[in-house]
Design a protein around this ligand. Structure first.
Ligand code: URA
Length: 436
């Protein structure tokens, strides 16, 4: 191993690391030989001078090697995983997991909790009474083999280097760096073992990547890492100017996912799930064209097969399957407050980030890891961009149990929904696909 100060100087002065240097540095950081302040200095140098593709792959490999990995190669069928770079109201995993399992793919997915705005997939699932996301590796693999879908938290010690480095990036202004984001995401995806990975890279006001160029760059970097590491990796760049669907919270997002699996639900959520699902059916060779794949998925929703698959998942993970027939059995709030339009016209935009923040203020998210989430609170939109609206009509409803932040949340939602006289141009949901 080269001395740490030489390693740091190399990146600070724009040099290129060898894979061995990166591997030793990450190992030394996880074992405590390299201090947080040294790692912070390197992360900042990487943010300024970047990592080339070989360095990025070396970092991803070193992070994977820091912990356990899951071997899904013994499972029947083709194993798939999907990752969304994070969006407001994004509940696609809850729909896509059962839907694709009912089509014959195996989604053995480990998800995270939300930090920042709203809850993550685990928080949403845990709002189903009794649902357990803490499975042993054996339970995780057995359920994937028998049902074709398992949605759980990380089993074992996966990618501990990322956990440690991410915590540091969070407080040293080094999150927004494409090589670091790509290696962080892909190390976890690859450690989770699926042979095919779909990346849903969000672009827009509610996403990490605010514009399509940076979303494209992130998608390309992640595809390159995945393919270099032997995983078929594809990506869709999808819009996140406004929240996905109408519900932003936890139990209300589960209810909306159930509705979508029943064939109803908001049209944008339905469309995105069908589009993303079709990409996976196509790339795995289960359908011969995108159109055939979409038709197949629509059929699985219409026949009730996708919803029945979700019933099997909920039952296997100890949840109350009655929520599928009666979503009122999901946690409900004590109070609600409508947000009314201040003028007539058309909704020009609904700022995703602001709606996410408002849901967080009402209790649907956590600011610190140790915070607890209120599973029933959140925001339900009544209008989306392009809809017409009359003065005094409801544009959204706040759902809450604790009124402490309701005034600020109401203000945030009111100003997030912009009304104007003309019909706005609404951009398509899927902006681009890459990696085919
Ligand atoms: N999500 C991750 O897992 N890692 C990042 O670096 C950013 C978002």
């Amino acid at each position: 191993m080269i001395p740490t100060s030489d390693f740091l100087t190399k990146k600070r002065t724009g040099g290129r690391h060898t894979p061995e240097e990166i591997c030793s540095f990450i190992k030394a950081y996880v074992s405590g030989e390299v201090a947080d302040y040294q790692m912070s200095a390197w992360l900042m140098a990487v943010c300024i001078n970047g990592l080339d593709p070989d360095e990025t792959v070396a970092l991803t490999e070193a992070m994977i090697a820091s912990g356990e990995t899951i071997d899904l190669s013994t499972l029947p069928g083709i194993t798939i995983d999907k990752h969304s770079t994070g969006g407001v109201g994004d509940k696609t995993t809850l729909v896509l997991g059962p839907l694709l399992a009912s089509a014959g793919l195996t989604m053995a997915k480990m998800s995270g909790r939300g930090l920042g705005i709203t809850g993550g997939t685990l928080d949403k699932l845990e709002s189903i009474p009794g649902f357990s996301t803490q499975l042993t590796k054996e339970q995780f693999l057995a359920q994937a083999a028998s049902i074709g879908c398992v949605l759980a938290g990380h089993t074992g010690n996966l990618v501990p280097a990322d956990k440690k480095i991410y915590a540091l990036r969070d407080v040293t202004a080094t999150v927004e760096c494409i090589s670091l984001i790509a290696s962080s995401v892909m190390s976890k995806k690859i450690a989770c073992g699926a042979s095919t990975i779909l990346l849903d890279v969000k672009a827009g006001s509610g996403a990490f990547m605010k514009d399509i160029e940076s979303a494209r760059k992130l998608a390309r970097t992640m595809i390159e890492i995945g393919n270099m590491m032997g995983r078929k990796t594809i990506a869709a760049i999808t819009g996140m100017e406004q929240p996905l669907g109408l519900a932003v919270g936890n139990s209300i997002e589960v209810a909306e996912s159930i509705e979508t699996l029943r064939g109803g639900g908001p049209s944008d959520l339905h469309e995105l799930c069908i589009e993303l699902g079709a990409l996976l059916l196509e790339v795995t060779g289960l359908s011969e064209s995108h159109a055939a794949a979409k038709e197949r998925l629509e059929g699985l929703i219409a026949s009730g097969a996708a919803l029945e698959k979700f019933r099997e998942v909920i039952s296997a993970q100890g949840g109350d399957t009655r929520v599928l027939d009666d979503p009122a059995l999901l946690p409900q709030v004590a109070y609600s407050r409508p947000i009314l339009a201040g003028s007539s016209g058309f909704i020009q935009s609904v700022n995703a980030y602001a709606i996410g923040r408002a849901a967080g203020m009402l209790g649907a998210g956590r600011q610190r890891k140790e915070d607890t989430i209120d599973p029933s609170s959140g925001v339900v939109l009544k209008k989306k961009a392009g809809d017409s609206v009359e003065v005094g009509e409801e544009v959204a409803v706040l759902l809450y149990n604790n009124a402490a932040c309701v005034e600020s949340a109401a203000e945030a939602v009111s100003s997030a929904c912009k009304i104007g006289p003309d019909t706005p141009a609404v951009s398509p949901l899927v902006l681009e696909t890459l990696g085919f």
